[in-house]
Design a protein around this ligand. Structure first.
Ligand code: ATP
Ligand code: MG
Length: 653
């Protein structure tokens, strides 16, 4: 993280203030899980008591002796408590009357459907857990998981949790190299994969790709393969095993391992938006407490909901809010294997309609894609089952928020904008949908029991600056796997070692609402003003022709940095020089001359991580004619090649 070139300490500017406010719909508020605004004060008065109360929602073998032991920057939560995450996600529902309730309603890309009840999940997880044991996996061993979005993926995670093995899920879209590096970092003993999966009608040959990684991963002793299709592959005898065969032979009950609250549940890498991915470590008791409490309160979860989070389980959103929280809550969730535009661009709305989805949680990048494609796709479907919408992953521009609210929620559904990170494990900033008003593009405020501030360089509260978390929270990361120094260095040294540095810029309004301004690494520095990317991009997206925008700073002799904008237009709009001129003026109208982009470059798409986040650092490299930085987490390499070519043409012309 760098200060501005002059070395001056200076806060981020706040340029755009969104004044629109939306109250929770009265009928929603009337029946909401959290209807009493005093929860905030109650939790604030005694956060540890609050979290202890939340922890009671889990089943424990042994109760904790101490809620929090805080030796900054190292926290232990629910010290001495013992529990099992799989037991909490599966067994207790089987014993408590949910045995025949649908846990997972799965839809494959080609249209196949499977429904797994809690009882089904119980049977499969028990058997797989026994199979893992029979192949020598024991408590504390690491298991790598590289799978498509099929029910066997959560089953594999739960089976690991059941026996106390640490899973490391590697997103199925990652390359063999990325898989290899993550297996090596974890020292994984086993790999669970599938013969393949589907994406836009294509087969993704996971086992075939994994075989390349496996040449260089001596720690792997066994590989389990789920048969998804009947895709051709090579079996190495003695090492490779079919999932279904193992399950046929496995005993039907496996006693869950009583885990210490602080035993590791899993490790997971960050998306790699800004640089080298970090292997984040999450433990059991605090994590489960945090994700379950936030799911129930923020998503207003009720027994008859059909909850759909569209993330891939390979990301933290999927770990927390597809697997651990919904299953711990005994929810019915929808899981979809494929792409939103397959076979047509209305696939998500078709799924919502056909399965009666009530709660829908997705990312701004997806919302901007829906906007780009046009309103006709959601319009063609009955979305009246929906009652709550959520977003996560990036700042959401006010225009995208409004589109989501109007065209998907049809002005009936509250929208929760949830800010959190792989590191935080659980949502930290949000609104509670039954009691808080919504302000487009503002995440809201800290969840009860969480404390956050916007701080300046010196660590003083400021109207805009850096988002900091000022008290430990139960689902917080405990360390970076194999790199305890980096844990301290990265997160706990910017101010004092009890204040967590998020790496995100933020502003805070008078009503206490937090708005995210973009990543600190991406901050622009124009004529001595430090400007977050979010506000300039939002001004661009505010223009009716624009679907998505990203801005970066390029060296400028006069201003220090000038703003280079990259823009994709909505279907039916032409990227012309006139439009480029209009967009530059539009930014000036919205937020002022200081933010006028020096150049606007139209692009078919923007470079994104495999989780869909814009990688501004690559745009910066392109705009400055530099060699591209680390591209291993880039989703589609052709996008940057195309941009580079266009940029060079523009420079020549
Ligand atoms: P890396 O840390 O490797 O660069 P990453 O930060 O993209 O990758 P994640 O942990 O998946 O990895 O993403 C967390 C980040 O996503 C946050 O720090 C923030 O920048 C952004 N983010 C998530 N949710 C929101 C939100 N609701 N509003 C604004 N930004 C968000
Ligand atoms: Mg990050």
């Amino acid at each position: 993280m760098s200060d501005d070139s002059a070395g001056r300490e200076q806060d981020l500017s706040r340029l755009l203030v969104e004044e629109r406010v939306f109250q929770p719909p009265p009928d929603f508020a009337a029946g909401a899980v959290v209807a009493d605004p005093s929860v905030y004060e109650r939790a604030q008065a005694d956060p540890e008591a609050f979290w202890a109360e939340m922890a009671e929602q889990l089943d424990w073998y042994e109760k904790w002796e101490e809620v929090l032991r805080w030796d900054p920057p190292h926290a232990e939560w629910f010290v001495g408590g013992k529990l099992n995450a799989c037991y909490n996600c599966v067994d207790r529902h089987v014993h408590n009357g949910r045995r025949n309730q649908a846990a997972i309603i799965w839809e494959g890309e080609a249209g196949e459907r499977r429904t797994l009840t809690y009882w089904d999940l119980y049977r499969e997880t028990n058997k797989l857990a026994n199979a893992l044991k029979s192949l020598g996996v024991a408590k504390g061993d690491r298991v790598a998981i590289y799978m498509p979005m099929i029910p066997e993926l959560p089953i594999a995670m739960l089976a690991c949790a059941r026996i106390g093995a640490i899973h490391s899920v590697i997103f199925g879209g990652f390359s063999s190299e990325a898989l290899r590096d993550r297996i090596l970092d974890a020292g994984a003993k086993m790999l669970i994969t599938a013969d393949g999966g589907y994406r836009r009608g294509q087969i993704i040959p996971l086992k075939h790709d994994a075989d390349y990684a496996l040449r260089e991963t001596p720690s792997i002793e066994h590989v389990i393969i789920v048969e998804r299709g009947r895709f051709p592959l090579r079996i190495v005898s003695g090492r490779d095993h079919w999932y279904h065969r193992l399950l046929q032979e496995a005993e039907s009950y496996c006693e869950p391992e009583p885990m210490d609250a602080e035993d590791i549940l899993y490790t997971l890498y960050t998306s790699g938006t800004t640089g080298q991915p970090k292997g984040i470590v999450h433990t059991t008791g605090g994590y489960m407490t945090g994700v379950l409490a936030t799911l129930r309160w923020i998503f207003d979860l009720k027994d008859d909901d059909v909850y759909w989070c569209t993330a891939d389980i390979g990301w933290v959103t999927g770990h927390s809010y597809i697997v651990y929280a919904p299953l711990a809550a005994g929810a019915t969730m929808l899981m979809y294997e494929g792409a939103p535009d397959w076979p047509e661009r209305d696939r998500f709305w078709q799924i919502v309609e056909e399965h009666g989805v009530t709660i829908f949680y997705t990312a701004p990048t997806a919302i901007r894609a829906f906007m780009k494609w046009g309103n006709q796709y959601p319009q063609a479907h009955d979305l009246s089952s929906l009652r709550l919408l959520g977003t996560v992953g990036e700042p959401i521009n006010p225009e995208a928020w409004m589109w989501y609210y109007e065209h998907i929620g049809r002005e009936r559904c509250p929208v929760v904008d949830t800010w959190w990170q792989t590191e935080t494990g659980m949502i930290l900033l949000t609104t509670l949908p039954g009691i808080d008003y919504m302000r487009p593009s503002y995440a809201g405020h800290p969840f009860p029991g969480v404390s956050a501030e916007v701080l300046n360089e010196a660590g003083e509260p400021a109207a805009s600056g850096y988002l900091a978390i000022t008290r430990p929270w139960p689902a917080m990361l405990r360390t970076i796997y194999n790199d305890p120094e980096r844990y301290v260095e990265q997160y706990w040294t910017k101010w004092d070692k009890a204040t967590y540095f998020t790496s995100d810029g933020a502003k805070r309004e008078e009503d206490g609402y937090f708005g995210l301004l973009g990543r600190v690494d991406d901050v622009l520095n124009v004529s001595g003003h430090r400007i977050g990317t979010m506000e300039v991009e939002s001004a661009l997206v505010d223009h009716e022709a624009v679907a998505e925008a990203a801005v970066v700073g390029v060296a400028d002799e006069v201003k220090g940095q000038a703003i280079a904008a990259f823009v994709t237009v909505k279907e039916g709009n032409e990227p012309t020089p006139e439009l480029s001129e209009q967009l530059r003026s539009h930014v000036v109208d919205k937020i002022g001359a200081i933010a006028r982009p020096q150049s606007v470059m139209f692009a078919g798409d923007l470079p994104k991580t495999r989780s869909g986040k814009i990688m501004r650092r690559l745009l910066r490299d392109i705009a400055q004619g530099q060699v591209l930085g680390d591209v291993t987490t880039l989703a589609d390499a052709s996008v940057v090649e195309e941009l580079k070519r266009r940029y060079e043409e523009q420079e020549d012309g």
